[in-house]
Every structure is written in C-alpha cells, then in structure tokens.
Design a binder for this molecule. Structure first.
Ligand SMILES: [Zn+2]
Length: 191
C-alpha cells in the first residue's frame, strides 16, 4: 500500500459506535439509509458475505448470512461532533421507522434518536427524539463516505472515483471470497 493510499484510508476510517448494555446513546442520522450488507461470524469476528445469489460465497457454506445495516451517525464526543458507524439489524431499523412515523418524523438526515441495548446480546433499540440540523462540517456526509468507512473496517479497497456502491461490491467480491475462504480455512485448520 502506498503512502497516499494509506493516508486516504486513514481519512475514511470511522469508529464503530459501541452501545453497551444498559446505556443510552444519543445519535443523529447522517444518511436516510444504512448500507445493508450480509455478514458472517467466523473465528470470533465478523466478515462481509460475498453474496449468496450464485452459491459462491465460502461463508454461506454451512451458515446463512446475517443482514447488518451500517448507519452513518453523528455523535457528541466531549465538545466535538464526530461521524461514526452504527451497526443495527433490520428489525432495529424497522422499529426506528415505525416509531418515527408514529411521532410524525421522517427517517432522514437530522433525525436524532436514542440507541440503547437492554441485554448484552440483544438487538439495539432505536427511539426517535427530535429533528435537528446536521452540523455544517458533516452536512456533506454522503453514501460514498459511508461505503468507504465500511471498506476500511473490513480491509477492502475504497470506492473508485465515479463508482457506485453496487459496482464497488462487485469489484470487492473476489477479495471477500478470499477473506472468507482464509478465515474458514484457518478455523478448520485450528480444530
Ligand atoms: Zn455468504
């Protein structure tokens, strides 16, 4: 990896927001939709699914993939507002949409909601609070930024200039297959 690429990846990196059991974290949505991706849990960590449509994902042998949404959110850290990734299930997202509509709020950038977890392995509960303007420095947060943050998290190539997320996913599939085959191989070799 060249120095410029390493710098670029460092710029694209976002922390994953941890919501511990019993805690409530206030976050603000930066994009109307999370990036939805299939995942596998192999060898004690999460990997992205290479796509099950053609039966070519090494992770899909023996287990189904689990759909995970990666939402771009703004979080207050001290006196700063920083962008982060929030991982949630489709059920958690559906609940946020339902509760928002009941309160006549749209699930759009600016929606402030509280994320909490009642059980350590339970799914995230997301309750809308209010609409509020996104801070100017995060107003330009877009889908490319979100996909690139996911790419850095899973050690995948960044989005190419002019590439859409679907094109990116097709391009990184061979890398995903290699990662999953290596993870599954390491696991079977270790047992
Ligand atoms: Zn898979």
């Amino acid at each position: 990896m060249g120095r410029e690429e390493a710098l670029n990846r460092a710029r694209c990196q976002l922390s994953v927001l941890k919501v511990r059991m019993g805690s409530v974290v206030s976050v603000q949505l930066l994009l109307s939709q999370p990036a939805w991706l299939g995942t596998h849990w192999i060898g004690g960590r999460q990997w992205l699914c290479a796509g099950c449509d053609d039966g070519e994902c090494p992770g899909c042998i023996g287990q189904c993939s689990r759909l995970v949404g990666f939402a771009g959110v703004a979080v207050h850290v001290g006196s700063r507002v920083v962008p982060m990734l929030l991982e949630l299930s489709s059920q958690s997202w559906a609940q946020l949409e339902l509760l928002s509509h009941m309160d006549s709020m749209d699930v759009v950038p600016g929606l402030v909601f509280e994320a909490s977890r009642r059980r350590s392995r339970g799914s995230l509960r997301c309750e809308p609070v209010k609409m509020s303007p996104v801070v100017p420095e995060l107003a330009s947060f877009d889908q490319a930024r979100l996909v690139n943050a996911v790419a850095v998290l899973y050690r995948l190539p960044l989005l190419a200039v002019g590439e859409d997320p679907d094109g990116w996913f097709l391009r990184v599939r061979p890398t995903l297959k290699r990662q999953l085959a290596a993870a599954a191989g390491a696991l079977s070799g270790a047992t």
